[in-house]
Design a binder for this molecule. Sequence first.
Ligand code: LLP
Length: 425
Amino acid sequence: MTPLSYFPYRNGTLHAEAVPLPKLALEFGTPSFVYSRNALREAWATYRHAAGDRDVLVCYGMKANSNLAILNEFKELGAGFDIVSGGELARVLAVGADPAQVVFSGVGKQVWEMQAALRAGVKCFNVESEAELDRLAAVARDLGLPARASVRVNPDVDAQTHPYISTGLKENKFGIPIDRAEAVYRRAASLKGCIEVVGVDCHIGSQISEVDPYLGALDKLLALIARLGSQGIELRHLDLGGGLGIRYKDEQPLAPRALLERVFERLDASGLGHLQVVLEPGRSLVGNAGILLTRVQYLKHNDARNFAIVDAAMNDLLRPTLYGAWHDVVAVAPPPPDAVRANVYDIVGPVCESGDWLARDRRLAVRQDDLLAILSAGAYGFSMASQYNTRARAAEIMVDASAYRVVRPRETIESLFSGESTWAP
Ligand code: LLP
C-alpha cells in the first residue's frame, strides 16, 4: 500500500476513497484526520493471508490509533489487541472486544491496571521485569484470579531503525535481558496458583524494513524455549511484537508474508510448529489508512526560507519534530501549472515553537487558503496529539467508499478547560 492508494486524485482533486476532500473540509473544518475504512481492511487482509491456515493471532497495537471506530473495525475483522494501559483496556472493552484475545504490554503496569485486566480476563500479561512479576503474582493472589503471563525478553538485537523507536537493545528500558530470562521463567513457574506461564514475547522496535532483526530475535527466543522445555516449562505461544514498517516515501516495507514464512520455517525446523504465533502490529495496519487534512492560513517569505503556515501543528502530528519523520505533503487541488509558481516551502503550524514544523523543503505550488494533505498520518497521529497552546484536537472522519462519518468531533474550546477551576470558592 502506498500513501495515496486509498486517497486518489479524481478530476484533479484528492479524494478519500470516493469522497472529495474539499467537501469534508467544508463540512467539518480543518485540521481533520481522514481515515479510509477500506485501507484498514486491506492492511488486515495482508496479515490474514500471510497467516494462511496457521495459528496466528494478530493483536492490533492500538497505541498507533485508538479511535473506537478503528478498534471496532479490527474487532469485526477478528483482531485481538495489544494494550499498554488501563485506558487502552477500557477502550477495547468499550467496543466489545474479546478479552481472551488481548495481550497487555508495558513496563510500568500499576496495581489498578493489573486488577482491571485480570477481572476482564486478558489472554496474557507481557511481563517486563522481575518486580512486575512479583506485583502481578500478589495482585492475582489477592483477587484469586491466576494471571497468564509471558516474559518480554529483550533479545539485544538492533532493529536498524530510529533510536527513539528501537526497543530491543540492551540499553533500552524494555523487557528482561535474554540471559536473565530463564531464571525469571523458573521463578514464574514456581508461583503456582498465581502465575500461569503461557508464552514468550519480544518487540524489537518500529518502522522496521528488514527481516533479519526479527530472525535474529526469533533464534534467540527459540533457543530459550528449548532450554525451558528441558526444564519442564512448556509454552503455548510466541509473540514477536509489532514493528513492520510502512512506505512514507520510498521505503520497501517488510511484508507480513515475508516475515511469517520465515518464522513458520524456523518454528517447524525446531519442532515448535505447534506454537501459536502472536503479532502486535500497529503502524502497518493504520499508517497509510489516514491523512491529516489542513488548510494554508498564510504564505510567508523571508531571506532564508518560504513558509506555508497551515492550521495543523505539532500538537496534531508530533512525528516530524519528535523523530525528524518525513511525511509526504500534497496539494488537495493542485492549481494549474501556469497559475502559481512552485516554491520550496517549510510547512509549519501556528504553535509558538520553532520545532513546530510538519515538513521541510517541499516544492509546492500553493496559495493562501489552499488545502494540503499530510499523508501516512493514520498511525501515531491523533494518538500522540495534545492540546498544547489550548488547541482543540482535530476531528476524525472515517470514509467508506462514498459514505463518511465523523468518528470523533473536533474538540470544543470549552471542553479543554471545563474541568479546571480557579482558587476562588
Ligand atoms: N507492541 C509493543 C510492545 C510496542 O511497544 C509497539 C510500539 C507495538 C507493538 C506496535 O509497533 P508498530 O507495529 O506500530 O511499529 N510513536 C512512534 C512509534 C512508537 C512505537 C512504540 N511501540 C512513531 O510515531 O514512529
